[in-house]
Design a binder for this molecule. Sequence first.
Ligand code: CO
Length: 511
Amino acid sequence: MTGNIVSGYKKLLEKTKNIVALNSATAILHWDMETKMPPRGIKLRSLQLAMLRRIGHQMSTDHQIGLLLEEIMKHPEYGSMDTVQKRNLYLIKKHYDEQTKLPEELVVETSKQEAITIDTWKKAKAAKNFAKFKPELEKLFKLKKKEAEILMEVKETATPYDAMIDIYEPKMTTEATNKIFKELREGLLALLRKCETAPKQPNPSILKRPLATETQRKIGNLLADFIGYDTTSTTSGGRIDETEHPFTTGYYDDVRITTHYYPKMFASSIFSTLHEGGHAIYEQNLKQEWMFQPVGEASSMGIHESQSRFVENIVGRSHEFWTYFLPKLKMLTGNMLYDVELNDFVHAINMVTPSKIRIEADEVTYGLHIIIRFTLERDLFAEKVTIDELPQVWNEKYLEYLAVTVENDSEGMMQDTHWASGYFGYFPAYALGNIYSGQLVAKLDEDIVDWKEQITGGNFRAIKEWMIKNVHSRGNLYNPSDLIKIITGKELSVDPYLSYLNNKYSRLYGF
Ligand code: CO
């Protein structure tokens, strides 16, 4: 490559690095808003966030980026650039083209409205009052619809909603999601019936025994240790804080997770710590030399979720893991679990029961919660459903899919923060993540035949190394569906996930 194209590429990466640095500052302000900020700080915080968003948008639409991109991509030596360089250029161009099409005023107004809508959602949820939430959500949805229509043209998607999905799951479409979710839904409903009618049923009461927050915190640290997520040493790159809704933020050397501690639901913090820990080790094990480059980011939210669900469910709720960890849990909790048998404990933490709340759902019903949300979003953007009708349609779907009656909108359509935060198009990634995790495990079975025995022995290292090699260290080198194909050699398929569930639950429930 001649000096010209090299220096142009370097200049582009320098600009990207600055944008990444700014975005990470925004992420820390968000983290602070959720974990530490006093209630009255909200006004100042939304001003700060909107300002950073404005600066970020200006940096992302810098005319120089467009000129540099053109210069490089038309250069006679462009063809000799390597895969990583070309992927970086593709991602920079994608981001630049999209951002330049979005008017600055729309970006800033959306950011301000998001802060207001989240704040209103919290209050409306506490008051079980959808009427209070509705006008703000309508305002936000109008802005997001405008964004979706603009992005649809740049991304060349079939519908505005496809453009929203593409933000979180690049190149995934409504059509493909419809198809795979139909298969998922049928598989899950069939399995749910089998569990419900099985003779062997779990006893969940052992999970309601009270446990002090301090002890739960110690358990959380041990779990983080097990997966190699260091939150306690002097050189740690992580930390655990408390929020009602657990989340993960940051990448590489500063990745933070949150969890919650309920004295009468100790398992809840165990599984949210494992879940967020799965997200965290993905972010920490992206390829070091790609830091600050677009290729040095996670592939998609769906791939992210495949990692968190793998750690939380496939490992964390397995018989093998608890063979290793139950004696430790018993020791930490004094005599609280002295009379609990391993098999009974494992069945209890895997109890299948239709419920109203997504984040408390078991593996079998979880996907159904997601499919409901996907259907509603899809119809909302297609103008088949209005914001006003959301609660009613939501409740009807819950009755139809899960046979549960939603009593109020706080346990209904107001339960999640996503729509209040403007994250339309995000939900499908959760179920796709489960589907990906099934495909990954099918490959892991072939590559490390004794991986389950390793877990029984308390050894997660080789499994983690496998994930690092195949998933984490590849960062954003590929779109999610290509990544899955490269790792497993197979197209997107729901079969491995459904067979994982069938094997596991037939053994637990004895059918
Ligand atoms: Co997650």
